[in-house]
Design a protein. Sequence first.
Lengths: 263, 263
Amino acid sequence: MLKVENLCYEYESGFKLKNINFEVKGGESIGIIGENGSGKTTLVKNLIGLLRPKSGRVLLNGEDASKMSVAEIARTIGFVFQNPDNQIFASSVKEEVSFGPQNLKMDKIEEIVNDVLKKTDLFKYKESHPFKLSGGEKQRLALASILVMNPKILVLDEPTSGLDLRNARKLIEIVKNLQKEGRTLILISHDMELVSDLCERIILMKSGEIIADGGIKDIFDDSNLLEKTRLDLPEIAKLSKILEFGVVFDPEELYRKWRASND
Amino acid sequence: MIRYTMFLRRKSILHSIDPRSKIILSLFLFTVCIFFNKPIYIGVMFLSLIVFLKAFGKIEIKKTLSFLKPMLPFVIMIMLLWILLGSEKGNVIYQIWKLKIKDVNIEMAIAMGFRVLAMILSTFLLLMTTEQRDLVLALVKMKLPYEYGLTIAIALRYVPTLASLAVSITDAQKARGLELEKGNILEKIKKYVPILVPLIVKSIQLAQELAIAIETRAFGKPNRTFYRDLKFKFKDLVFLSVAVIFFVICLYLRIKGYGVLDI
């Protein structure tokens, strides 16, 4: 579905993305993690066409994305930016959400908008002014504004940052439903609890390079890698490693393993 | 990449001079530019300024020219206006329909081109070698009320913040299919609404937060002291004296009629 081949990018400041290679299959859930300044957002901006690779290429369903406009790429890859306030401009929630489909000249916009507002639990605010929504609702509005363009790949940049527990849980639930629909997920986050909850594969970045790409449990089990990247594991994974049960994210699974070891 | 400040950090004599001396030098240079209108005088002054910046400010000639490059369309426009609509005196050297191109106007156009560039450079000299905070502090020390000084400092400080915010907002809207390049002039203007609305809203929010933040830190209390202070040293006095001598010589030459075209 998405293939990145030998992608290199360089800012004038000297920061570089070096020889990035990976492939994303339909329905996968991938977490891109790494310290601040490791190149996560730069990589994603190259994927969605906001930045263009200096060399190498991005293939979307086999087609070279360098020949596509950002708007064309947006039909396949939807990027939900971290700060929803950076995109809200309309005077009602339904107008805000319908902005993307109008740009892409989609049909049956009202029907699609209503459907997405229901999925993101915002239908009751359809006529409300977006600036009056709470932080959590605004974040869901940002998600709805991208989801409405029906992208096959959804990229979320720190989606729960600054949200209270209730709103974060609500957003996670919505994302999980989207995963069940078969949508591909790319998550950029520092929140390892969230990454372990939503992703099965990790792309680990450091200084503009991919230093590891693999299953989440394999990467979280690699002590050398964790030390090198100063990754902070979820508390439950730390506990399960201390108890020598390997990497476990599910409390019930950990309990079962603990019971089994005691029996 | 966008440059938000013109200051170039170097270890040079010009950088170490008290900003008050540099403000006065800039004003002198700016005024001297108006004194002469013979191309040779003003041309030599322009070239000397570039060499002066290289010798005493360690600013590479290439760098100085790159700062002047965006001004070129403006300079060319002024030169063309002089060539086409200048003085009635002089000999016609070329005629296109009713437009007479005269030798004196060509001479004047060259002088005006150099004059504008020299005027710009005399301001750039100050901005390229003085940090914003020092510039504001110098203005306050030169009896500008602190409130005005702080206003200038905040305005300069927030240029990069707002520019980076504008880039983030544009990226977020492009990811929703907004294509700024397409359409006629009216459509293009209309397309800036989704960028301007969030930018204005965020700017107002920032201003409100900043106002509260500085008020909670006793802004407006009279007789404030300063963490940084400017000290006028012997070398500043020498620098200022040379600047005054230069200005007086130029003024004398102007009074004696040197460097002035008879038009």
